[in-house]
Design a protein around this ligand. Structure first.
Ligand SMILES: [Zn+2]
Length: 105
């Protein structure tokens, strides 16, 4: 396992939470594609980059936004919450698009 981690540092991804260099942490598969997961050695958070869909934001951030939406939180409030909690700056328009795309799936 440690050997694999050393190897994977070469293909690293910046942590979306703190900006440190994250390392590969296996794959997560869904119906449509395979998503590469990463773990940040600094803040220990795991996130994933959906390469096929080329989203600018990780799946978890979108899922969190969708969860808030289902709870009845307004788009602007969702964008604000993401900024505070995940340090991800999104507009309420982006959140609106996520919701729209989610309904298509
Ligand atoms: Zn981090």
């Amino acid at each position: 396992m440690n050997l694999k981690i050393t190897h994977s540092i070469v293909q690293s991804q910046q942590c979306i939470f703190c900006g440190a260099r994250a390392i590969k942490h296996g794959f997560r598969k869904n119906v449509f594609n395979t998503v590469q997961k990463y773990q940040c050695p600094k803040c220990k958070k795991i996130f994933s980059i959906d390469r096929n869909k080329r989203y600018r934001y990780p799946y978890q951030v979108r899922e969190f936004a969708l969860k808030l939406h289902k709870e009845g939180v307004s788009l602007r409030k969702i964008a604000e919450t993401l900024g505070h909690k995940s340090r991800v700056n999104v507009s309420h328009i982006t959140v609106k698009n996520w919701i729209k795309n989610d309904k298509k799936n």
